[in-house]
Design a protein around this ligand. Sequence first.
Ligand SMILES: [Zn+2]
Length: 272
Amino acid sequence: MDFANLLFFIFLFGIGLFFGSFANVVVLRLHSEQDGILGGRSQCPKCKHLLGFWDLVPLFSWIFLRGKCRYCSDCISWHYPLGEITMGALWVFLFFVSGISLESLLSGADVAKASYFLLLGFFSHILFFSDLFSTEVHRVISIPAIGIALLFLIFPFTPSWKDAFLGALIPTVFFGSQILLSRFIFTSRGDWVGEGDIDFGIIMGLVLGWKGVIIALFLAYFLGSCIGVFVMIQKGRGAQVPFGPFLLISMFLALFWGNTIINWYLGLLGVA
Ligand SMILES: [Zn+2]
C-alpha cells in the first residue's frame, strides 16, 4: 500500500470514529428512549453535566480523561471507545477487502460501492450493538437498512433481484417457522430466535443472495453455539445470548469468503 492510500485509510478510520460515536448515542437513546434519536445534547449519565466539545472527541477524550467523567470522576463505560473503534475498523475492513482504494474512488469507479459499504457498515454496527447490549432490534434501524440493501440492488456488485429476493425469503421462512413452532407448539421452550432475527435475515439475504445466505446461516449457528456454550459456562445456563451479532458477523464473512468457506467445508467432508 502506498503512502497516499495509507493516509486515506487512516482518514477513513478517523471519520469512522466520529460515526461510531454517533452510533453509540443512537444505541443508547434507542435503549433508554430519551429525547428521540437525534434531539438533545449529550450529558454525563451519572452527574447529568452537559458535555462540551473536548469531552466528546471520539476515542481521544476517553483516553485523555482516563475513562472518567471530567465533572464527577465517575467511570465512563468502555462501550463508548469500543463502539467508536469498531466503526472505524469495520469501514477500513470493508474498503480494504473489497479493494476500494483512493484511486478507484477518485476515478469514480467505486463511488457506489463505497457508499454501499459505508451505509451497510453504519447500520450493521448499530444493529449489532443494540442487539448485543439490550437484545432488542429496533425497526427504526432495521427498516432503513433493508431499504438500503434493496436500493443498491440496481448496482452490479450486489446480487440480482431474483437472487436477493430468494435470499431474503430463505431466512424469513426459516426463522418464521421456528417462531411459529415455539409460540404455538413448543410453548414451554420460549423463543430461541426473535422477530428481530427475521429483519437480520432479510438484510443478509438481500446482501448475499441465496447461496451466501445459506452459508451465513450455517456460520452463524456454528459461531453462536461455540460462543453460546462458552457464555453459559461463564454465566450459567439461563444466560441470554443474542443471535443477531452472530448473523451480522457471518454476513460479512460470507460476503467476502463464502466460496473459501464452502470449499474448506467440502474438503473436510472429503467431497472436493
Ligand atoms: Zn459526570
